[in-house]
Design a protein. Structure first.
Length: 134
């Protein structure tokens, strides 16, 4: 079966990749995620100190749960389940991370920075997009 993207990977290598990625998610959950200089917090500590079923808490829990599923399916030679677990876990975490990064950026920036960004884009693009007259 061919992959979706150009260039395909041998299934045995892909199983190793999924298994290693899952192990990284699982192990990384217990290692420090944030270090403010006053202390650090791991994903495990974040989950332990938050209440309820917020989206943030569920996404943090997805790292070890998805990682464990990826490792188990990859080691158990259950290819379809390993691919699905990998795609769902990786995709959800990446999309959530990108959305949160964008939200943080928008909430922390003011009009002055937006004017500087717009001015810088115009300064870089206008000369490149301008045709010389003959």
């Amino acid at each position: 079966m061919r992959g979706i993207l150009v260039g395909t990977m041998d299934r045995s290598y892909a199983r190793w990749g999924i298994g290693l990625a899952g192990a990284a998610l699982l192990i990384g959950f217990f290692l420090p995620w944030v270090d403010s200089g006053f202390g650090s917090a791991s994903g495990f500590q974040i989950v332990r100190h938050t209440d309820g079923a917020s989206l943030w808490r569920l996404m943090v829990l997805l790292a070890p749960a998805g990682g464990l599923a990826m490792v188990a399916f990859a080691v158990g030679d259950r290819w379809k389940q390993a691919r699905l677990a990998s795609l769902v876990t990786g995709g959800a975490l990446v999309v959530y991370g990108v959305v949160q990064t964008i939200r943080s950026f928008f909430s922390l920036t003011g009009l002055g920075l937006w004017l500087v960004i717009a001015g810088a884009l115009c300064a870089a693009l206008v000369p490149l997009l301008t045709r010389e007259r003959a």
